[in-house]
Design a protein around this ligand. Structure first.
Ligand code: SAM
Length: 280
């Protein structure tokens, strides 16, 4: 295995520091440094950027991000057992790695970072989805991040990039694609991880757009999309009844058919509907 740096191989790091994977923390580690370097490269040119990494674990991806030239990596890790391994990496890259021992759902990293900021993570899937939704719904747009490079369960990755007419198309696709460019950039089999999870994984890369693709009020769009997909098999005139009493007229004013189902409506269509509903 090629080494990126003068640090020991990750299997040795795990043995030395007794980092037996804990299921409760969703620990499936990437130990192949060629693979972590490849994932780090998907995050784009890091030389002029600070990188926020969530869940570094023993530091495979962290080492990839630093070797790819990240100006600084801020790594937030919940498991204090990983700290000595991460401190060794910090010593090998003086002044470029800061580690916070905490829960990424609670720590506010922004005072530790200087823009431009990119985010990279191989996280437990439930935490990843929750953070993704937070990062996609900030108070102001553009957000603090230029790009997000995130490992997901393949099925979740497919929901993020899904197009209308597919089963995977829903709230997550609309949320992600309204103000970002989202692509699956890598697929990984279970054997890529130690221990291997039951499912396949995929890396999604999202780039923040300066402006939304179509104008809409964020809260109204979110309300309309949630209602439409909560009852995705129903026609819009039924699923959206609670959104406005005259929803059939509004659907038609937005250029949609009241008999359409949520799955058939494009992002542009949902934004048009959100504008008509908001104007009411
Ligand atoms: N990035 C490492 C890798 O690729 O080998 C570890 C990946 S492992 C799937 C997920 C990591 O996230 C673990 O190190 C785990 O301890 C950490 N983690 C889990 N929940 C977390 C949370 N809420 N905040 C920060 N880190 C968390």
């Amino acid at each position: 295995m090629a080494q990126l740096d003068a640090l020991p191989p990750l299997r040795k790091v795990i043995d030395t520091h007794g980092l037996r994977a804990k299921k409760s923390l969703g620990q499936n580690f990437l130990l192949d440094l060629n693979l972590t370097a490849k994932i780090a490269r998907q995050a784009g040119d890091l030389h002029a950027c600070d990188v926020l990494e969530i869940g570094p674990g023993p530091g495979g991806l962290t080492r990839g991000l630093l070797a790819e030239g990240a100006r600084k990596v801020l790594a937030i890790e919940k498991d204090s057992r990983c700290l000595p391994a991460l401190q060794e990496i910090a010593a090998a890259y003086p002044g470029r790695l800061e580690v916070i021992n905490g829960d990424a759902l609670e720590v506010d990293p922004l005072s530790h970072l200087t823009p431009p900021i990119r985010v990279a993570a191989n996280l437990p899937y439930n935490v990843g989805t929750e953070l993704l939704v937070r990062w996609l719904t900030p108070k102001d747009w553009p957000p603090f991040w230029e790009s997000l490079t995130l490992m997901f369960q393949k099925e979740v990755a497919q929901r993020i990039v899904a197009e209308p007419g597919s089963k995977a198309y829903g709230r997550l696709a609309i949320l992600a694609q309204w103000r970002s460019e989202a692509r699956i950039v890598m697929s990984l089999p279970p054997e890529a991880f130690t221990p291997p999870p039951k499912i396949h994984s995929a890396v999604v890369h999202l780039t923040a757009l300066p402006e939304p693709r179509f104008p809409a009020d964020a809260a109204t769009l979110s309300r309309v999309v949630a209602a439409a997909f909560n009852q995705r098999r129903k026609m819009l005139r039924a699923s959206l009844k609670g959104v406005a009493p005259d929803i059939e007229d509004r659907l038609m004013a937005a250029g949609l058919k009241p008999t359409d189902r949520a799955e058939q409506v494009s992002l542009e269509g949902f934004c048009a509907l959100a504008r008509v509903v908001k104007a009411a």
